[in-house]
Design a protein. Structure first.
Ligand SMILES: *Cc1c(COP(=O)(O)O)cnc(C)c1O
Length: 410
């Protein structure tokens, strides 16, 4: 009989969101009157519709594909030049960062890129993740055999967890042992916190000293409001030699269903082969993309490109303004009801201390019971998330105002 990748058996059965769904259903079964006023604040998905500029550009692209003279079939696997050029200009050159067009790889999502990048990295690398963490980083490594079995608390033997707490302002301390690959996500999901230039510089310095690789997930960079916070890891000198950056149009422009993202792989970035020679990662990723991927649809890339024209930019700004306005309302309401709140000023997530020594799940149950509000228990994102809960600003203004109202009666 053929064999299976048994590493999949090490994965903890998707626990967090199924357990939330189970508890919400059990509550609604016994409180059917709550069906109409239940508000979900656990969502990691956008709620507002696509910018008109993107929709118009996609309509036009469809018409182009309907004419013999302008029809297009397979496009470049790494993405069309028109989009890569706009990215280098608007996302990087405008912030004083020099990225070449051929260092940009357009994809169908950062989730896929984060998983696929493991294809070009050796299996013996020691992986480090932040705790609490976006579970995809961990699970994709487990699936590829880079860990032992799960422990009782859901963490994995063989993966280094870097605690993020108020004491370190949710930026992990530089580890004492050497790690080869470090996942950093700023602005952060789930904590909604950001990393300063100095904090990122310390990590770049560490990575260069140990010849480690930083996988920098900047999916939420568009939500940064503070002008002093870096949007890209490449704003830190030396990062081109040690970092890959993941960016996505998902949260920034409502593209979670459209699917478009990109990865930056600088040509200076070197790794070591099994023969002990140093090689640039760039040709590896190019080969991986051209062999295993046939590019993002022309229509989607035209939609993404429209986000860089003035109308598209203005619409993205309006979206960000909406979500960050929600975050401010939620933050103020939480502070007014005597909660300790982190995040929510440069990211669409708020990370809140559970009151009076409650566990994350106890807070979840109480919020559901008393307020008919669904939050996300922090312990679902890792051991260091215990005693916290997450509220998302991805919602309509109406619902956010209602949540604020309910919290003020707590
Ligand atoms: C939503 C999100 C992404 C974006 O993923 P896509 O596949 O591009 O939709 C990436 N990283 C984090 C931490 C996220 O929360």
């Amino acid at each position: 009989m053929f064999s299976l990748n048994s590493n999949y058996l090490k994965l903890k059965a998707g626990y967090l969101f199924p357990e939330i769904a189970r508890r919400v259903q059990a509550f609604l079964d016994t409180h059917p009157e709550a069906v109409t006023d239940l508000i979900r604040c656990g969502i990691g998905d956008v709620t507002e519709p696509l910018p008109l500029a993107a929709r118009e550009a996609m309509h036009e692209a469809i018409e182009e594909l309907g004419q013999p003279a302008t029809f297009r079939g397979y496009g470049p696997e790494q993405g069309y030049d028109f989009l890569r050029k706009l990215i280098t200009q608007h996302d990087y050159a405008a912030r004083g960062v020099s990225i070449a067009e051929d260092e940009i790889f357009i994809s169908d999502g950062s989730k896929c890129d984060g998983a696929n990048i493991l294809d070009i990295l050796g299996t013996q690398n020691q992986i480090a993740v932040m705790d609490p963490v976006y579970p995809v980083y961990v699970d994709t490594n487990v699936m590829r055999g880079r860990s032992s079995d799960a422990r009782e608390d859901g963490s994995y033997e063989g993966i280094t967890y870097l605690e993020c707490t108020p004491e370190n302002a949710f930026v992990p301390e530089i580890p004492k042992e050497k790690v080869d690959i470090i996942y950093l996500c700023y602005p952060n999901n789930p904590t909604g916190t950001v990393a300063s230039h100095a904090a990122l510089s310390a990590w770049v310095e560490y990575a260069r000293r140990h010849q480690s690789l930083i996988l920098f997930d900047a999916a939420y960079e568009a939500f940064i409001q503070d002008p002093n916070i870096p949007h890209s890891i490449y704003e830190i000198p030396g990062a081109r030699e040690c970092a890959i950056e993941l960016r996505s149009f998902s949260k920034k422009a409502g593209f979670t269903g459209v699917r478009c993202a990109f990865t930056v792989v600088p040509k200076e970035l070197m790794g070591i082969t099994s023969a002990g020679t140093q090689r640039s990662l760039h040709p590896f990723w190019l080969r991986r993309m051209t062999t295993s991927f046939n590019g993002v649809s022309y229509i989607t890339q035209r939609g993404a490109a429209a986000l860089y024209i003035p109308q598209g930019k203005a619409e993205v700004e309006t979206l960000i303004h909406h979500y960050m306005g929600n975050a401010t309302i939620l933050r103020d309401a939480l502070l007014a009801s005597h909660h300790t709140v982190y995040g929510g000023t440069n990211a669409p997530y708020l990370w809140i201390k559970s009151p009076q020594g409650e566990t994350s799940w106890q807070t979840f149950d109480r919020m559901l019971d008393h307020h008919h509000i669904v939050v996300t228990p922090g312990s679902g994102f890792g051991k260091a998330g215990e005693g916290y809960f997450r509220i998302s600003a991805f919602n309509s203004r109406k619902k956010v105002l209602e949540v604020a109202q309910r919290l003020s009666h707590s």
